[in-house]
Design a protein around this ligand. Structure first.
Ligand code: GDP
Length: 432
């Protein structure tokens, strides 16, 4: 089983579980059996797989899960007021996320409101007020009152009277002492009786995620996780630790500082990112947009044979340069995003690509169509440099880039090529 298929099987199993409304023993067993099958097919040692299964069953406490993972509890009915309390360390993006969450639901027809229960940090209320005003969401807070419990109760009461159906309470993320922070959170929760407590986590905290999430879970009944700053470099693997520590699902991710840079958590691109595979579903959609219709089957056929030649790279550069806004398209394509096209440096990257193409114009057909890396010997490299008026170093750099891309794209090898009209099915297969 090639890596892409293994990744696919595992994420399919996880997806099935995350689609289930209630995670019970059967859902867990089905998921584990599916993963076990995929691992054994990939020649993973039998003992290792068996131990993994036993360990997961030991860690997962189904009694706890029944309450925490019942999504019917999380998705409250519109019309009935729900109180949602946000917790997380200062700087995690909590206040920003509260507004994003409110804004997201407002667009879906809810009537949200924001309550600032962070009386510890000067400026917290101002920040919430500013965000809320921008999004036209009612807010409540005080510059004078220092008791967060009092403020949150007053805010919740007021918005219930005003028929708001989603009342969001933003709590403090810092205190003189950690103990005081958790005690305050506990008191606010006791007084406002939230229907859901959301733990907000910065995706870059990495290994520290488990302890941090667990500390919060021990004080309040965390029922969901939101991972912020997924637009940065972090892969977000810490989110898995937070899920394990809180036994709660990730429901949204933050992908930027703006109000609408907020997405419902989707396990497929997340797992792809963790496995370093790029966003394949976005990629397949883009291939249909970027590559002219008549070239699509041919390109996919070549890729499925594992032949990512220099000519394919050239053709993709050509296609991509025709498209705009270029950064957006590139960011979707595996391998083209971070290294070749760093954000904010699209112009330079575009120039670099044009330079690569000039050098490739000096290549022979044999060189362009070969997938044998040994073909590009010293004399060929020198000829290409002379022919294109570039240095040997430039040619070497272009070939390095080709090798890097070829390695990434080789994951497409063995892919089943769809018949006409089956493109979307392929896209599903790759991401399932
Ligand atoms: P709090 O202290 O937890 O309330 O955090 P804030 O909401 O004040 O956010 C801290 C910083 O992170 C601010 O500069 C936010 O603009 C930024 N931020 C929050 N969420 C995201 C995100 O998803 N992506 C990026 N790039 N920045 C974010």
């Amino acid at each position: 089983m090639v890596l892409a298929e293994l990744g696919g099987s595992i994420s399919r199993a996880i997806q099935q579980m995350s689609n289930a409304t209630i995670i019970d023993e059967k859902a867990l067993n089905d998921c584990l059996n599916e993963i076990t099958r995929a691992l054994l097919q990939s020649d993973v040692q039998f003992k290792l797989v068996r131990d993994m299964q036993t360990n997961i069953k030991k860690i997962v406490n189904l009694d706890d899960l029944a309450a925490g993972h019942n999504k019917r509890k999380i998705i409250q009915q519109k019309g009935k007021p729900s109180v949602v309390m946000f917790v997380g360390l200062q700087g995690s993006g909590k206040t920003t996320t509260c507004t994003k969450y409110a804004y997201y639901h407002q667009k879906k027809g809810w009537k949200p409101a924001l309550v600032c229960a962070d009386t510890f940090r000067a400026g917290a209320f101002d920040q919430l007020k500013q965000n809320a005003t921008k999004a036209k969401i009612p807010f409540y807070g005080s510059y004078m009152e220092s008791d967060p419990v009092k403020i949150s109760v007053e805010g919740v009461e007021r918005f219930k009277k005003e028929n708001c159906d989603l009342i969001i309470v933003d709590t403090s993320g810092r205190h003189k002492q950690e103990v005081a922070l958790f005690e305050e959170m506990r008191q606010v929760a006791e007084a406002t009786k939230p229907d859901l407590v959301i733990f907000v986590m910065d995706s870059s905290i990495g290994q520290a995620a488990f302890d941090q999430a667990q500390a919060f879970k021990q004080s309040v009944a965390v029922g969901a996780v939101i991972v912020t700053k997924m637009d940065g470099h972090a892969k977000g693997g810490g989110a898995l630790s937070a899920v394990a520590a809180t036994k709660s699902p990730v429901i949204f991710i933050g992908t930027g500082e703006h109000m609408d840079e907020f997405e419902v958590f989707d396990v497929k691109p997340f797992v792809s990112r963790l496995l370093g595979m790029g966003d394949w579903s976005g990629f397949m959609d883009k291939i249909q947009e970027v590559v002219p219709m008549d070239q699509q089957p041919e390109l996919l056929q070549k890729l499925s044979e594992g032949n990512f030649t220099l000519r394919i790279m050239y053709e993709q550069f050509q296609n991509l340069l025709k498209m705009g806004p270029i950064g957006q398209v590139f960011s979707m394509l595996p391998g083209f995003s971070s290294e070749l096209m760093p954000k904010g440096r699209e112009k330079e990257s575009q120039a670099k690509i044009k330079r690569y193409m000039t050098m490739m114009d000096s290549m022979t057909n044999e060189e362009l169509d070969s997938s044998n890396p040994k073909l590009m010997n010293e004399s060929r490299i020198m000829r290409i440099a002379r022919g294109s008026g570039r240095s040997v170093r430039d040619v070497m750099e272009m070939l390095e880039e080709y090798k890097r891309l070829a390695k990434i794209w080789s994951k497409m090898k063995g892919l089943k090529i769809p018949k006409k009209g089956e493109m979307s099915a392929l896209s599903r297969n790759m991401n399932a």
